[in-house]
Design a protein around this ligand. Structure first.
Ligand code: SF4
Length: 510
């Protein structure tokens, strides 16, 4: 039955992970052209544009966090949903084996990674019957960084800078703006929000995520909600949070709002935040063979229009001549000379470390000498080559704030001089940077293909028992670009932009 179904789903996963749909490309193109190239925002968006084109051309994951695969499937009456779900699970495992998805499914009790993206609750598959004689499969891959910036409000509520949000559409508008402001760069701005007004806590989040299946340039059929969407877009893009939270003109590329009935006692506003790496595609399938009949959200097999010209793509990171070159290991003097806003190009060896490594280092000595070293918050996609070596195929930064409870201690204990991640860190780490003589560098979140190309070789790996994304990879890099956003003198660009955008947010009290 349906002999082509499995391969059609593998194709859908592959293209969703590697090739952004035209509406998202268009929105990111507008964001790119709104910024001056030599600004932090302009440089970040140019890296993002290069990354989008690189991912499509090599069919590699756009971002190393390939997210939670969420399928919405519509089937003719009588279709065998049990069989289809089993094939979708097989397709997810196969796409993982082919390196199009990172192994992302972790046992919540033991922390063990299943290795194939299968496990209780992974992937998410929703079925619905319809009257048509064809199958429709839509897929969204939404990563952990943006998932962690989702928000749910119970109205009425008092919101920072905005005051009271009532049970009105204006209250809804305030909640959405508050969520975008709170997200800052942590969800890899500029992002898009799907919103549900009403429902219960569970259905609200589900319906909010479903809004992300709308195209960014559509118009809400409900004029009341369309007006809120427009108002949010206008106000959010005045916040100056900007790409990656670096400051800039574009903080949001889409706002899509739906509504469900609610209980009289409840008024939830649920917000699903998706990052610029907004990976969403779909297909219709022949109901008798499972072969792809058409693509949704894109023009069939026609290649996507590139973000950049071949010359722009070949020119690499847009340099201003003011970049600071660093080679690890680094001295206290070198690090203390850096200031917030400096653009640096890091070469030498760096070590990856995210949640499991940080927890491990609180109780055990590191497997390598970290003195003067560079610790990269990253869970790469790594493949074994034919000669038995490792090759990194996607390696962007992960959200750093998760390591806030550990970072200052690790800097002090082991002499780490540079932490690279995204989204910034908090007051405890800022104090730790000052005390230990270290800096935090913000790399461009989601730019997994771009940064993979800065890696010359994998020199080794430690702590493989934590699974591929959580292991400590030893990477030799050349000219890895990032921006100093927290320095050794107590300065933080993240704190400054959060405060400045909070002042602008307050103007939206109404
Ligand atoms: S672009 Fe950023 S938020 Fe989105 S999946 Fe990648 S790391 Fe996560």
């Amino acid at each position: 039955m349906l002999p082509h179904f499995l391969e059609s789903i593998v194709q859908l996963i592959t293209r969703t992970s590697t090739d952004l749909p035209p509406d998202v490309r268009k929105a990111m193109g507008l964001a790119l052209h709104a910024e001056e190239p030599a600004t932090r925002a302009g440089q970040a968006l140019t890296i993002i544009a290069q990354n989008i084109d690189q991912a499509a051309s090599c069919e590699g994951p756009i971002c190393q966090d390939t997210g939670m695969p969420t399928f919405e499937v519509k089937v003719p009456v009588g279709a065998d949903q049990i069989w289809m779900k089993a094939r979708i699970r097989e397709a997810v495992a196969e796409a993982t084996r082919r390196g199009k998805l990172r192994p992302n499914s972790v046992d919540s009790i033991t922390g063990e990674n299943s290795g194939d993206n299968l496990g209780p609750g992974t992937p998410i598959v929703h079925f619905e019957q319809w009257q048509k004689d064809e199958i429709e499969v839509k897929l969204i891959l939404k990563g952990g960084g943006c998932e962690n910036t989702n928000a749910q409000y119970a109205l009425p509520a008092d919101l920072d800078h905005l005051g009271r949000a009532d049970r009105t559409l204006d209250g809804v508008r305030k909640c959405i703006l508050h969520a975008v402001w709170k997200a800052q760069g942590k969800g890899c701005a500029p992002g898009a929000v799907g919103v549900c007004i009403g429902g219960d806590r569970t259905s609200g989040y589900l319906h909010a995520k479903e809004q992300l299946f709308r195209t960014l340039d559509d118009t809400n059929p409900d004029p009341r909600l369309a007006a809120v969407e427009d108002a949010v877009m206008d106000a959010a893009n005045q916040l100056t949070v900007g790409p990656m939270g670096f400051g800039g003109k574009t903080s949001l590329i889409g706002c899509k709002i739906g509504a469900l009935n609610r209980l009289p006692a409840s008024f939830f506003v649920s917000i699903a935040y998706d990052c610029w790496a907004f990976r969403r595609l779909g297909v219709t399938l022949d109901a008798s063979t499972g072969a792809i009949a058409s693509w949704l959200y894109r023009e069939g097999e026609t290649p996507s229009a590139p973000m950049l010209t071949p010359e722009q793509l070949a020119s690499g990171f847009p340099r201003t001549g003011r970049e600071v070159r660093l080679r690890a290991p680094l001295t206290d003097e070198q690090v203390r000379a850096l200031k917030v806003g400096d653009v640096v190009l890091v070469s030498g060896r760096m070590f990856t470390g995210r949640d499991a490594v940080h927890a491990h280092l609180m109780k055990h000595d590191p497997p390598v000498d970290l003195r003067g070293g560079v610790l990269y918050h990253c869970g790469p996609v790594v493949a074994k080559t034919g000669d038995g070596n490792w090759r990194v195929t996607a390696a962007g930064p992960t959200t750093s704030i998760r390591e806030e409870p550990y970072q200052a201690d690790i800097l002090k204990r082991y002499g780490v001089r540079v932490v690279i991640g995204k989204g910034g860190m908090g007051a405890k780490t800022l104090a730790g940077l000052k005390e230990s003589g270290a800096v935090y560098l913000n790399a461009v979140g989601g730019a997994a293909q771009f940064y993979a190309r800065c890696i010359d070789r994998v020199a080794g790996v430690s702590l493989m028992e934590f699974g591929t994304p959580e292991a400590m990879w030893h990477l030799d890099v050349t000219d890895f670009p990032a921006i100093v956003t927290m320095d050794a003198h107590g300065n933080s660009l993240h704190r400054d932009i959060e405060q400045a955008s909070g002042v602008v947010l307050a103007e939206q009290r109404g």
